[in-house]
Design a protein around this ligand. Structure first.
Ligand code: ZN
Length: 687
């Protein structure tokens, strides 16, 4: 653990230093992860009547230390908070309601649930983290002994309690009764330090963490290592492992998402593989979380799937099914044992799934949550291994874990989550997503909550679209892959990558296409074949891979083909294009017939003359189409607009709306259908 304090960056004003130290702690995942931990500062401010007031600036509930700003620190009037110190008890609800009256700015964020802990310690700056090294020290079979041995009398040692009034008061009393202590170690939870300045509180914090690390390292030396032991699962090459994981991910995603889809993330970090090769990995993984804060993202226990060679998909799938059934049953029994208050049970699904030889999958309602669970579990592994060296990993009791998971304040936070978007929990793969219609569909689906795999033969164009989506909707919401739809190998790799990144695919938009324009008597065989390869065979390859993956998931799916108004109403000089597009449309219908029973819907879009952002309408194609219609090229777009019944220009966004209809459950009873987005073309009416 490094002390990263830098006087220049810290500034001199106390509030600036609070922001600095908060971000410093937030930036180190070995101290806090994703919204964990909190910090505070006591200072004098002027209130709304210009009276000098002692104020506690404390991190608001729900903000993340690593990018915390001034506005994330609500001000609590210290006198009002301190008036509670002499009370014996206070419920969480009472405390939350009380604190609302103490705020300097009405409507500011709700102050941290640990606010009173910060208030009851008289020192100006208070820092709280869930440092890995402290979690290792406080989660062993040896109780408080390791803390005492490692940190001596420098800290108070507080038995595990759920945060709230009682814990705050206990720490306040410890500080009052023993002014020489520099902080408190909260068993099965974390570390609090305090001092007159942010710098001192930070120095103490880092020094205690480092001391704990050194203690664990000294205990680990000379212990039996598992490095030389015979592996408990077959050792796969990285390529074998990735292949097996890509095949298993959709199966697992389907099992987990039978009622409600999840997004999965695959992780084969060295620490994960090494942990899973321990003969006692299963037992260790079933002892519980290192700090209650973690379990909100990881659940109390991971699902452990062993006993099958990961390369044998059928055997692995069978083991996964049995293990998951047992997991759900055990979760329901755990809830039944502790749920005397009658809370509505949360979902009985694991968030962390461990497969020896293969690695770790993490699940969430979106990829961000899956990532948070993965990052936490990496630290859980480090904590487990350190705690094993110290005295055997042992964590908070099942009852305490239940009370953390079903803490009314956390349940209340869950109830505040906005309703899920239409395509939430879904993964859409789009070909030709780098421009035109494909791009508009990618952006529309992302805005509707989908995770998007943007593919295009132009890797840069795909990346630029994916980057835009990530900026607008979050870091985990899109990836870009180069894809030539005529290459069987590239198509397979693309779907494998989607499975490793998000666990699978729910929606395919087979959109990539090219225009080939020439009268048939002048058309070369090469041009004819090029059109068929991209405009027909490409759709076959992509759809085949999608159907295989969706069948493995077993949760249905939606496949959308972008064809053309040219299918019902072909134009002259567009033979190679129209014939291939007709093949595409017919391919969609047969796929609909073959996959209806699997819940996979297959529908077709027939847009016409979508110019904006299109690469299909190259200068050459424009010239050629203008010649075919006998008009000057600059009148081409106007010609198409005038030609349709509504007299409208067809935009990529309008096609994207139609695609969204097919992708979503709004069209749940529609398959094998075609929807025209052409402004109304009489020649394309069915006959
Ligand atoms: Zn905490």
């Amino acid at each position: 653990m490094q002390n990263r304090w830098n006087d220049q960056e810290a500034g001199t004003a106390p509030f600036d230093q609070l922001l600095y130290v908060s971000r410093l702690i937030g930036a180190d995942p070995a101290l806090v992860l994703w919204g964990g931990g909190n910090t505070s500062l006591k200072l004098l401010e002027r209130d709304f009547r210009n009276r000098e007031t002692a104020v506690l600036r404390v991190k608001g509930s729900g903000s993340d230390l690593k990018n915390v700003e001034r506005k994330h620190f609500p001000g609590v009037r210290l006198d009002d908070a301190l008036a509670l110190f002499d009370r014996e008890a206070m419920s969480d609800e009472e405390m939350v309601a009380y604190l609302e009256h103490t705020l300097m700015e009405p409507g500011s964020p709700r102050p941290s649930i640990e606010t009173l802990l910060h208030a009851f310690v008289p020192d100006a700056c208070v820092l709280h983290s869930h440092a890995d090294a402290i979690c290792a020290l406080t989660n062993t079979a040896r109780g408080i002994d390791p803390v005492r041995e490692a940190l001596g009398g420098r800290v108070a040692i507080v038995p595990y309690r759920r945060p709230g009034f009682a814990l705050s008061r206990e720490i306040g009393l410890a500080r009052r009764d023993n002014p020489s202590i520099q902080g408190a170690v909260l068993m099965n939870h974390g570390l609090v330090t305090w001092a007159d300045t942010a710098r001192e509180a930070y120095d103490i914090h880092i020094d205690l963490v480092r001391t704990a690390e050194e203690y664990a390292a000294a205990r680990a030396r000379g212990r039996k290592s598992f490095a030389g032991a015979a592996p408990v699962s077959p050792v796969l090459t990285p390529a074998e492992r990735e292949r097996a994981a890509a095949a298993f991910a959709p199966v697992l995603r389907g099992l987990l998402g039978a009622e409600k889809r999840v997004v999965l993330r695959y992780d084969a970090g060295d620490d994960v593989l090494s942990f899973l090769s321990r003969p006692d990995a299963r037992a260790l993984s079933q002892r519980g979380p290192a700090t209650p804060d973690h379990l909100l993202n990881t659940k109390r226990l991971p699902l452990f799937i062993d006993g099958a060679d990961p390369r044998d998909l059928d055997a692995l799938a069978a083991r996964a099914r049995t293990a998951l059934d047992a997991y759900r049953e055990a979760y329901r029994a755990y809830v039944a044992r502790h749920n005397s208050a009658g809370y509505t049970p949360l979902e009985a699904n694991p968030r962390v799934i461990l497969v020896p030889g293969l690695g770790m999958f993490t699940a969430g309602s979106d990829a961000r949550r899956a990532r948070i669970a993965a990052e936490i579990y990496h630290h859980t592994i480090a904590i487990i291994e350190a705690a094993e060296a110290i005295g055997g990993y042992q964590t908070l009791s099942e009852a305490d874990a239940f009370n953390a998971e079903y803490w009314p304040l956390e349940l209340y936070k869950l109830s505040l989550l906005p309703p899920e978007q239409e395509l939430a929990r879904r993964v859409a793969l789009i070909t030709g997503g780098g421009s035109g219609i494909g791009r508009a569909i990618a952006e529309r689906f992302a805005a509707a909550g989908a995770h998007v795999v943007v593919t295009d033969i132009d890797a840069e164009a795909a990346e630029s679209v994916a980057r835009g989506i990530r900026c607008a909707h979050g870091e985990e919401r899109a990836i870009a892959l180069r894809l030539d739809v005529t290459s069987e190998a590239e198509v397979e790799q693309t779907f494998a990558r989607a499975a490793l990144t998000y666990g699978g695919v729910d929606i395919l938009v087979s959109n990539a296409g090219i225009a080939v324009a020439a009268p048939l008597h002048e058309l070369s065989l090469a041009e004819w074949e090029r059109s068929l390869a991209i405009n027909a065979t490409g759709h076959f390859l992509v759809a085949r891979a999608a159907v295989r993956l969706m069948r493995a998931q077993g949760t249905g799916g939606s496949i959308i083909f972008n064809a053309s108004k040219n299918v019902p109403a072909p134009g002259k000089d567009f033979g190679a294009y129209s014939a291939a597009k007709a093949a595409e449309t017919q391919l969609a219908r047969v796929l609909a017939i073959e996959n209806g029973a699997a819940g996979i819907r297959v529908n077709v879009l027939h847009p016409d003359a979508v110019f904006r952002g299109s690469r299909l309408w190259s200068e050459e194609v424009r010239q050629q189409r203008a010649r075919a219609h006998g008009i000057p090229v600059e009148q081409l777009e106007e010609f198409y607009r005038q030609r349709n019944l509504l007299g409208v220009s067809v935009t990529p966004e309008l096609v994207a709306e139609a695609a969204l209809f097919f992708a979503s459950d709004r069209s749940a009873a529609t398959t094998g259908a075609t929807l025209a987005v052409d402004g109304g073309v009489r020649e394309a009416f069915p006959r």
